[in-house]
Design a protein around this ligand. Structure first.
Ligand SMILES: Cc1cc2nc3c(=O)[nH]c(=O)nc-3n(C[C@H](O)[C@H](O)[C@H](O)COP(=O)(O)OP(=O)(O)OC[C@H]3O[C@@H](n4cnc5c(N)ncnc54)[C@H](O)[C@@H]3O)c2cc1C
Length: 518
């Protein structure tokens, strides 16, 4: 009896347990009643051979036993030592859960509102066209991914316990299919309830969550970080501080750098968001005039190298919306989100080019914040081009590649509206040139991808942190700042919801692993 077997199942049958059972029995030449215990380990879509189908990896026998879920959390003792966690994104909340699991009391300080109130701040963003610097698509409970596609796939499997992150999400209401899908996602309409559930778990088990607290500095005594100051004039004390403020908190980088925490510039990627009719992506990917019944809206992932730099698609949102993700007035930065059903008519993705500190060497010298300022400059240029109300500069894809202005634009999911603009002029020439070359190549690889029905919108600039906050590889503390644990995407040690959550768990475990210091 093999330990695992791969089944190819036509669309429409994959979720049907009884049919899978029969197919498995056929494959093993057994009657369904004689099947050993089995479990679907992975479910992916294979569209390569012209007849797309689900591919199920099934494990059999002893291997079919589910890995045990993380044990339920118990309230921390009344005298549990407090650990400050700055930021209620995935890194902060998963650090908090792990601290509770080890008997420590997380006290979370979050600059924005809770995930429900945040919705009103986002509605106001569309109504007023102006950005609240504490409540927006990046700031507020749930962090940057709260209103996203909620993609949960990651390359961080070697960095920590991804399974625990996913299982904790399921325990808080995520669909258990995220445990087996090769490309799991949750969707903007479901994420807020999961985030609020995690908060309730933290509160029920003795943690604290304080909204509307923007941290603006560190409290140090005797060579150790002992707490933080908030902009509201409060001093918060604890034995350790987890700093999980995300990659958009530029103010945090500025004060960290000013107080001597070591920060280095880190390569990032910038470019544009592209948007196609979803039906076109379905046709290309499924090689069929219409999406075959039973298959989800198609995704794509593209990458190439042009003149020594990686150019790749990023955060593709099938059936999604392009959204304004700026965190300060006078800046425009785009990102994407989808609902769980991914059933909108348009597909969007970032298309970005790698940039390194050496690309800016002439103007930057050894300024660690040079890439951050570069990022800010292109966001300001995009805002100036779009004008009031966060309208986005946009161009037909074919015009972008040809370097000519568009006289009309196809429809877009971007609600604040578009302004026809030669987007290629908004980006540094080496970035625009590589994007043009890459789109030409992708148009050859995927017939129909380079089309006048597709849009190029400016600007996509927050793919990752533009800096790395250094930390000791062993203790995970900032060198020279004992007690300070830079964490998650903002610290440059994660990229994406799951890897940020894994980093949060890792940092919490490291705090617990040094009991003398907590
Ligand atoms: C629109 C959008 C869509 C995305 N889609 C996906 C996706 O589908 N899949 C995926 O894997 N990733 C996605 N990402 C990226 C993902 O959201 C981030 O990688 C992840 O959230 C990083 O987690 P984090 O906890 O490190 O930081 P964040 O999630 O950025 O959380 C940081 C938190 O700190 C708070 N904060 C900041 N400064 C302060 C301060 N001074 N004081 C107190 N609190 C502060 C912020 O308000 C925020 O809540 C998306 C991002 C965006 C913006």
């Amino acid at each position: 009896m093999p330990e695992r077997i791969t089944l190819r199942v036509p669309p429409g049958q994959a979720p049907d347990e009884a049919r899978i059972r029969h197919r498995l029995a056929d494959a093993l030449r057994l009657t369904p009643g004689a099947l050993p215990p089995y479990r679907i380990l992975r479910c992916s879509i294979d569209a390569r051979r012209g007849r797309p189908c689900y591919e199920l990896t099934v494990v059999l026998g002893a291997a079919a036993a589910l890995p045990p879920p993380p044990p339920p959390l118990a309230p921390v003792p009344a005298n549990a030592k407090p650990v400050l966690v700055v930021g209620a994104g995935p890194a902060g909340y998963f650090a908090a859960l792990e601290l509770i699991a080890h008997g420590l009391k997380p006290v979370i300080l979050e600059r924005g509102p809770d995930v429900t109130a945040r919705r009103y701040a986002i509605a106001a963003l569309y109504r007023a066209g102006s950005v609240n610097t504490d409540a927006n698509y990046c700031f507020g409970e749930g962090g940057a991914g709260a209103y996203s596609d909620g993609k949960l796939y990651t390359r961080a499997t070697k960095r920590g316990d991804v399974g625990k992150v996913l299982q904790r999400m399921v325990a808080h209401g995520a669909d258990p299919r995220i445990l087996i899908e090769a490309q799991p996602h949750i969707g903007s309409n479901r994420l807020p309830r999961i985030i609020a559930g995690i908060r309730r778990t933290i509160l029920d088990n003795g943690g604290e969550v304080h909204f509307g607290r923007r941290v603006v500095g560190l409290v140090r005594h005797g060579g150790r970080v002992r707490g933080v100051m908030s902009a509201e004039g409060e001093k918060w004390l604890a034995e350790a501080v987890v700093l999980a403020t995300g990659h958009s908190a530029r103010d945090v980088y500025t004060w960290l750098s000013a107080c001597g925490v070591r920060i280095t510039a880190k390569p990032l990627a910038v470019g544009v968001r592209i948007e196609h009719p979803q039906s076109l992506i379905d046709q290309i990917q499924y090689r069929s005039p219409v999406r075959p019944a039973g298959l989800p809206p198609a995704v794509y992932r593209l990458k190439t190298r042009i003149d020594g730099r990686g150019v790749y698609s990023f955060c593709m949102c099938p059936g999604g919306h392009v959204i304004p993700a700026a965190t300060a007035p006078g800046e425009l930065v785009l990102n994407g989100m989808s609902m769980a059903g991914r059933n909108g008519p348009l597909a969007n993705a970032g298309l970005v080019v790698e940039i390194g500190p050496t690309d800016l060497a002439a103007e930057a010298g050894d300024d660690p914040l040079a890439l951050l300022r570069f990022q800010q400059r292109i966001e300001q240029a995009a805002y100036a081009a779009g004008g009031e109300g966060l309208r986005a500069p946009a161009q037909r894809m074919t015009d972008f590649v040809a370097g000519r202005p568009s006289t009309s634009l196809p429809s877009s999911s971007y609600r604040p509206g578009l302004v026809a603009w030669p987007v290629h002029t908004l980006l540094p020439a080496p970035v625009a040139g590589r994007l043009q070359a890459a789109l030409t190549l992708f148009g050859r690889q995927m017939r129909g991808f380079l089309t006048e029905e597709a849009l190029v919108l400016a600007v996509e600039s927050r793919t990752s942190a533009p800096v790395c906050v250094l930390r000791d590889a062993e203790t995970l503390m900032a060198p020279g700042f004992d007690g300070l644990y830079p964490c998650g995407e903002g610290a440059g040690h994660a990229g994406g919801i799951v890897s940020a959550a894994v980093d949060g768990q890792n940092v919490a475990r490291r705090i617990v692993g040094f009991p003398g210091k907590v």
